[in-house]
Design a protein around this ligand. Structure first.
Ligand SMILES: Cc1ncc(COP(=O)(O)O)c(C=O)c1O
Length: 370
């Protein structure tokens, strides 16, 4: 097949993919109820589980949908009569609070600054003075709105001491930032096919402890399509998803998983980190600063403070880069005016160098220089 025109996606997913992942979607038509396709899904889920834990103790449950479907499936399925405690230090923590509210869950929001690590003493104090039994705690791993990386191991330890189940939205960290569910004490983790896995959009998944999945059977259902227990038990019994799977996305995911296995998670993170180092030093040369300090940074996505320059407009900058097959991304926090650059996907340091050269020339042309 002819190579596909390469586009440089600097948005935090869907990410730039390899041609081999793109072409993996071009397969003979198949009814997804065939045993043959069931085997593909089983293989895909088992290999995803291995990226985060022992497949004897953890299981990946697939859903057709964007990443939010996996987060919503966990929140709406996992919490029984107890209380859900949510750490909100960015747009995706806030989204989990909104989901919990929609489902009428008993919930407590713990707000923490979007550019600082969570203060563990304050967190523990808030948990301990909370009225009612906190059965679950939810947190985002890499806050994609800022790039802040939350310390899941430390938060997992707080949960372990209190027998609280930990829910992690690992959407923008999974596949790059190493995750060990046992060591981090994570019961439920949400992620999707199209970020660091470098697959196509359309498949969301939950990786969960088998014991926690089985316990869901005793919770009165609040959802239908997103029922984590039903999706899990149906797949265990039949080797099928309950509803139509995103067939071609799953074939692409199978190839993307192979490519991640070949590269290895630590090497992928090393590659991303190398691009990030380049990005940060280039931004510094241009006099630009970013929201989250280096020590607390995910090295995945960076919220860059917009220059105070009358000629600067994100929309115009976006259009300038789009003409050069590069996509830059707007900011999300609302606290500071930022734009975002993600260094994920099938990219390399040369792509970042090229982006920085263009950014410098763009700022020069619009008369915006420090
Ligand atoms: C941390 C996090 N959670 C959830 C989502 C939502 O994923 P989606 O847009 O695929 O629904 C995103 C998307 O960027 C994310 O970064």
């Amino acid at each position: 097949m002819q190579p596909v025109k390469r586009k440089i996606l600097l948005n935090p997913g869907p990410a730039t993919t390899t041609d081999s992942v793109k072409f993996a979607q071009v397969v003979p038509d198949i009814c997804p109820r065939e045993e043959e396709f069931g085997k593909v899904m089983k293989d895909v889920t088992e290999r995803i589980t291995k990226f985060a834990g022992d497949p004897e103790k953890y299981t990946t449950v697939l859903f057709g949908g964007s990443g939010t479907a996996a987060v919503e499936a966990i929140i709406s399925s996992a919490v029984g009569k107890g209380k859900l405690f949510i750490i909100n230090n960015g747009a995706y923590g806030k989204r989990m609070c909104e989901i919990a509210e929609v489902y009428g869950l008993e919930m407590e929001e713990f707000k923490s600054p979007s550019d600082q690590p969570v203060n563990m003493e304050k967190l523990e104090a808030a948990i301990d003075r909370s009225a009612g039994e906190i059965t679950h705690l939810a947190v985002v791993h890499c806050e994609t709105s800022t790039g802040l990386l939350n310390d899941i191991k430390a938060i997992g330890q707080v949960c372990r001491q209190r027998r609280t189940k930990l829910i992690v939205d690992a959407m923008s960290s999974f596949g790059a930032v190493p995750v060990d569910m046992k060591e981090m004490n994570i019961s439920f983790l949400a992620a999707s096919s199209n970020k660091n896995l470098q697959g196509m959009a359309g498949a969301a998944f939950v990786i969960a402890e088998n014991t926690a999945l089985v316990e869901l059977n005793s919770i009165k259902p609040r959802n239908y399509y997103l029922s984590l227990f039903d999706q899990y038990s149906f797949f265990m019994e039949s080797g099928q998803m309950r509803f139509t799977p995103p067939v071609q996305t799953i074939y692409a995911l199978e190839q993307a998983i192979k490519e991640l296995e070949d590269e290895g998670i630590s090497n992928r993170y090393k590659r991303y980190s190398g691009m990030w180092e380049k990005l940060i030093s280039g931004l510094e040369e241009l006099g630009l600063t970013h929201q989250v300090s280096k020590e607390n940074h995910s090295r995945i996505v960076t919220a860059i403070i917009e220059p105070e320059c009358p000629a600067y407009s994100f929309q115009e900058m976006h259009a300038f880069f789009r003409k050069k097959d590069i996509t830059v991304y707007p900011g999300k926090t609302g606290e500071e005016n930022t734009f975002r650059i993600a260094n994920i996907g099938d990219l390399n340091e040369k792509d970042i160098e090229n982006f920085l050269i263009l950014l410098k020339s763009y700022f020069r042309v619009i008369g915006c220089q420090s």
